[in-house]
Write a protein that binds this ligand. Structure first.
Ligand SMILES: Nc1ncnc2c1ncn2[C@@H]1O[C@H](COP(=O)(O)OP(=O)(O)OP(=O)(O)O)[C@@H](O)[C@H]1O
Length: 247
């Protein structure tokens, strides 16, 4: 597979919650492809389907219709057990609230996805990742002894430990101050530029989106637009227009 072939594709993705008159169409025909070595932000008003999109793309939620293809494998019809294995090995997750195990050190947190996959973490590999995210000196610390920004760096190292096909990040800077957010976004940018990783990030923040190569805008569960080479100003302007559409 070449650097520019998609590592994640969704085709005509739909996800409806509930049935009958109370049903909600969270996604209605979303198609998108994410090429290896790219950084894409997913934005849109509250309730536009961003989290549902990530959940379906990660195989956490089965779509009502449409297809999800990860690293060339169409996972749409896979059973839960197979999707869980794929998630552990091929998808890295970064969450707003870090999701670190409080009683495990930074090193142990980073190695956890490998342990869950039944492998013994390679100490040098884990150490190298912690150094890469700037935490070589804090490898033995518990999350409670780390700042929010440092905790999120541990989460990024953990997301990278299986060398996943794609890193999915849901509001990764939402709980950080602006300086920590900027340095976390530079780290994600470096994962793409230096490691060739692929990052898809849901964010509400135009400044965060400006670190990406492109932004996909969702409105009412549909793709309402795409912006290449985003700037914070251009993204903020586009979001204001989208808010007017849904108001
Ligand atoms: N489990 C669920 N059951 C019923 N409706 C749901 C469920 N999850 C999401 N929805 C609905 O689907 C729509 C899309 O929700 P989603 O959380 O994907 O939006 P979002 O863009 O991530 O919103 P936000 O920015 O507020 O987090 C919303 O109308 C929401 O209420």
């Amino acid at each position: 597979m070449t650097r520019y072939s998609p590592v994640l594709e969704v085709h005509d993705l739909a996800r409806t919650y509930g049935s009958g008159t109370g049903s909600v169409a969270a996604l209605s025909g979303v198609s998108a492809a994410f090429a290896r070595g790219t950084f894409t932000a997913v934005m849109g008003p509250s309730g536009s389907g961003k989290s549902t999109f990530l959940a379906c793309a990660a195989g956490l939620e089965p779509p009502t219709s449409g297809r999800v293809v990860i690293d060339g494998a169409d996972i749409t019809d896979w059973d839960e057990e197979r999707r869980t294995l794929l998630r552990r090995e091929r998808i890295g997750f970064v969450f707003q609230d870090f999701h670190l195990m409080p009683y495990l050190s930074a090193t142990q947190n980073v190695g956890l996805p490998l342990r869950l996959a039944g492998c013994r973490p390679d100490r040098a590999h884990v150490r190298g990742l912690l150094e890469q995210v700037g935490l070589g000196e804090r490898a033995g610390h518990l999350p409670s002894a780390l700042s929010g920004g440092q905790r999120q760096r541990v989460a990024v190292a953990r997301a990278l430990v299986t060398d996943p096909a794609v890193v999915l990040a849901d509001e990764p800077t939402g709980a950080l101050d602006s300086a920590s957010a900027a340095s976390l976004l530079e780290l994600l940018r470096g994962c793409v530029d230096e490691l060739g990783q692929t990052v898809v990030m849901v964010t509400h923040d135009p400044v965060a989106a400006a670190y990406a190569d492109a932004v996909i805008f969702l409105v009412d569960g549909r793709v309402a637009g795409r912006m290449e080479h985003p700037t914070a100003t251009a993204v903020a302007g586009q979001l204001a227009r989208l808010d007017e559409w849904v108001a």
